[in-house]
Design a protein around this ligand. Structure first.
Ligand SMILES: Nc1ncnc2c1ncn2[C@@H]1O[C@H](COP(=O)(O)OP(=O)(O)O)[C@@H](O)[C@H]1O
Ligand SMILES: [Mg+2]
Length: 256
């Protein structure tokens, strides 16, 4: 099952991506957690020590490898070396494999075509493997998700909090995801503190696209000041997210 997560900054994408990663990892299969938001800190949120995460090179910085392996036009997609690359450069935590994309705009090159081509190949290769679960934490802009990459995504999860701005961003993301041909879009309402807030989200997204309502957690909020894992501090939030994961795998048809 291949999932991408988007939404306005601060709504809880990384927190939710981390919860989903850990929940699916508990089922035993390999879960690839891809940090595709330059602003994100998914590594720490899934339990990779900060100093270890800092040592992990972002994929976009591996310029030599990128240049060497993206030279072959469309063929590299079938090149098993992409798989070697994933194994060599991901951080392994149990059955979780973590990859950090980095910011494709940084790096000082005049042209990023080859690098972007390689990144697409990398993600496509991950996305095309039927057996693995992939979770991509994407940030609000999903423009860099190419059509080729998007083809492998089963569902775009859009996180919203009870605010007009986050709803507007979510609607923009929904539109882009549709244009990219992503077959399913699911809304996750986060930081819900009242029935009124729940109703606000429900009326903003009429239809069946809301996968669940996650309550505002004082424990998670307070935990932002600590180095410890946010998703471990609130078992109730994890239980709510388990229900969301059940719904996702029900809709996508994955094993859970
Ligand atoms: N359900 C929740 N209840 C309380 N605080 C939350 C919740 N979800 C996320 N947060 C907090 O909101 C802040 C932003 O979350 P984060 O996951 O980094 O958002 P994003 O990745 O969308 O920018 C963090 O301090 C996080 O601890
Ligand atoms: Mg984030």
């Amino acid at each position: 099952m291949k999932l991408a997560i988007s939404g306005k900054g601060g709504v809880g994408k990384t927190t939710i991506a981390a919860a989903i990663t850990r929940i699916f990892a508990q089922t035993g299969g390999t879960v690839y957690a891809i940090d595709a938001d330059p602003d994100a800190c998914l590594a720490a949120s899934i339990g990779i020590p900060e100093d270890e995460a800092a040592k992990l090179k972002p994929v976009v910085e591996m310029r030599d490898v990128i240049r060497e392996r993206s030279g072959g036009g469309a063929f590299y997609v079938l090149n098993p070396k992409v798989d070697d690359f994933i194994n060599d450069y991901s951080y392994k935590l149990g059955n979780i494999r973590f990859l950090r994309m980095g910011d494709p705009k940084k790096g000082g090159s005049e042209c990023y075509c080859r690098e972007n081509t390689f990144l697409n190949a990398l993600v496509t290769s991950l996305l095309l493997d039927q057996n693995d679960t992939v979770i991509m934490d994407m940030g609000a802009g999903i423009e860099h998700l190419s059509r080729g990459t998007a083809r492998g995504v089963d569902m775009m999860l859009v996180v919203v909090e009870p605010s007009r701005n986050s709803v507007n961003t979510a609607k923009h993301v929904e539109r882009m995801a549709r244009e990219l041909g992503i077959p399913r879009i699911g809304i996750i309402a986060n930081k819900i503190r009242s029935e009124n807030e729940k109703q606000f989200i429900a009326s903003s997204f009429p239809g069946n696209s809301i996968l669940g309502y996650i309550k505002f957690s004082e424990a998670i909020w307070a935990n932002a000041m600590e180095p410890s894992l946010a998703v471990e501090v609130d078992k109730e939030m994890l239980a709510e997210m388990k229900q969301v994961c059940l719904k996702i795998s029900g809709e996508v048809g994955g094993k859970f």
